[in-house]
Design a protein around this ligand. Structure first.
Ligand code: UD1
Length: 434
């Protein structure tokens, strides 16, 4: 298992290019199963979760390859309808195989999912939605078996705006007969990106990005070429990297509109942030999603940062995927802050590891109370999940001396070329392959 070694204390400076969004690319790749024609997806990051998804598509019967940042999912014939444990256990987003296969084959059997160890992460909202569309569900021997005689549109009200359940319902309903309405849908930018891609394939989806999504089922979808939006969580992580190392970074190919909540907190904390847009059309402009163009974000540390409380919330609130990184930053501000996690249970595993670096954090139920310290010092630490791992990298970049981060495979699931990008910004970081 690889380790990352960081000698902390270097101020980060320079330019970093933000990769395509993992959480958009995953459902979009699964959506390619909705057509037998060729689909070309651009701006796909090179990550373990993407490789898993490509293996998945090939296993099911959609020949897919990734060359550079482009995935070509080719013409397909017959699909398999069983997703085995070996593939599903690697990634929780594997449950997104259900929507497309239910739509195309009217049946699918999926081993119960794995993925990040944050809370219980059930899939009841996904399954309730499938039921509403006319599917029968049976859970037996570690598998969820879903079948139908053909899906029928319906109105579905989610008890919570789950991102994955919104995506799965979209994927299932685009080929269902009649109209589907999702009420209390997730509004995350990745939902809008998926809907734009589905529409590019000939689907009729409106309202994505709001809490009511309307889908008018069509008989067939065709091939399409599409470009994935930039990764807002990666962008936010690099902004915090600049803050925690007292540096000055330029982010290219980012979308500041998607991380307003984080930018707002960084500004309130004392960071200087400037945003430069590019033209909306022409070479390099992104297709569709959210009416934006990729922008450049400049961030600069000029003075000691003030503590800021955050509470995580569904979009456009402060993202749960940037909660751990915020905790690392708050550990080095003068004063006290509260970090409240409202989206997931049990998403404070990074707190114990931050203590090993000298942070002062107390977890009480849904909140973590941070008292800033003068400095952190390097130590061996362990990544327990993807974003917890990111928080440790940030803390180690700021800590004095040498840190060794183990279980790096969590980071490889979500950060493209992490060491390379940080090295280019001046960090003293290397990977030790074992
Ligand atoms: C997605 C993101 C993840 C992010 C999360 C919240 C991907 C691949 N992953 O995960 O990075 O942290 O959104 O922004 O896009 N829940 C249920 N029942 C369900 C589904 C969810 O109770 O059927 C609960 C979960 O346990 C959790 C909360 O709802 O507490 C949020 O989950 P959800 O929005 O579904 O997140 P994911 O789609 O898994």
């Amino acid at each position: 298992m690889d380790k990352i070694i960081i000698n902390g204390g270097k101020k980060l400076r320079g330019t970093v290019r933000i990769s395509g969004s993992k959480n958009s690319a995953l459902p979009i790749l699964f959506a390619s199963l909705l057509t037998d024609e060729t689909v070309i997806i651009k701006n796909v990051p090179s990550l373990a979760d993407i490789d898993t998804t490509i293996s998945f598509l090939n296993f099911i019967g959609k020949p897919a390859v990734k060359i550079g940042d482009t995935v070509k999912a080719d013409k397909s014939g017959k699909y398999k309808h069983i997703a085995p444990y070996d593939l599903v256990r690697k990634m929780r987003a594997s449950v997104l195989i259900m929507g497309p296969l239910l739509a195309r084959l009217h049946k699918v059997s999926v081993s119960l999912p794995g993925g990040c160890a944050i809370g219980a992460r059930p899939i009841d909202i996904h399954l309730d939605a499938f039921k509403k569309l006319g599917a029968n569900i049976e859970v037996k021997e570690g598998f969820v078996h879903t079948s139908s005689k053909g899906l029928l549109g319906n109105t579905i009200k989610f008890r919570f705006p789950s991102v994955g359940a919104t995506e799965n319902t979209l994927l299932a309903s685009v080929l269902a007969k009649g109209r589907t309405k999702i009420l209390n849908a997730a509004k995350e930018p990745e939902i809008e990106d998926l809907a734009n891609f589905l529409n590019a394939m000939g689907a009729k989806v409106s309202g994505a990005g709001t809490s009511t999504i309307v889908i008018d089922g069509v008989k067939k979808l065709h091939g399409a070429t599409y470009k994935v939006i930039p990764d807002r969580i990666e962008a936010a992580t690099y902004l915090i990297a600049a803050a925690i190392t007292k540096g000055e970074i330029v982010l290219e190919n980012a979308n500041p509109n998607h991380i307003k909540a984080v930018i707002d907190k960084l500004k309130k904390s004392g960071m200087t942030i400037e945003i430069y847009g590019k033209t909306l059309t022409g070479e390099g402009a992104f297709v569709g999603a959210n009416n934006y163009s990729p922008s450049t974000i400049k961030i600069k540390w000029t003075k000691p940062l003030k503590p800021q409380n955050i509470f995580t919330a569904v979009y456009p609130g402060y993202p749960t995927d940037v909660q751990a990184q915020w905790m690392a930053l708050m550990s080095l501000t003068k004063g006290k802050s509260e970090i409240k996690e409202t989206v997931f249970e049990n998403r404070f595993m990074h707190a114990a590891e931050l203590l090993r670096l000298g942070a002062n954090v107390k977890v009480e139920g849904q909140s973590a109370f941070v008292t800033g310290v003068e400095s952190l010092s390097g130590a061996p630490v362990m990544a327990s999940d993807l974003r917890a791992g990111a928080a440790l990298v940030l803390a180690c970049l700021a800590a004095k001396g040498k840190s060794v981060i183990s279980r790096v495979y969590h980071l490889d699931r979500g950060y493209e070329s992490l060491e390379k990008k940080l090295k280019k910004l001046g960090a003293n970081i290397k990977r030790q392959q074992t």
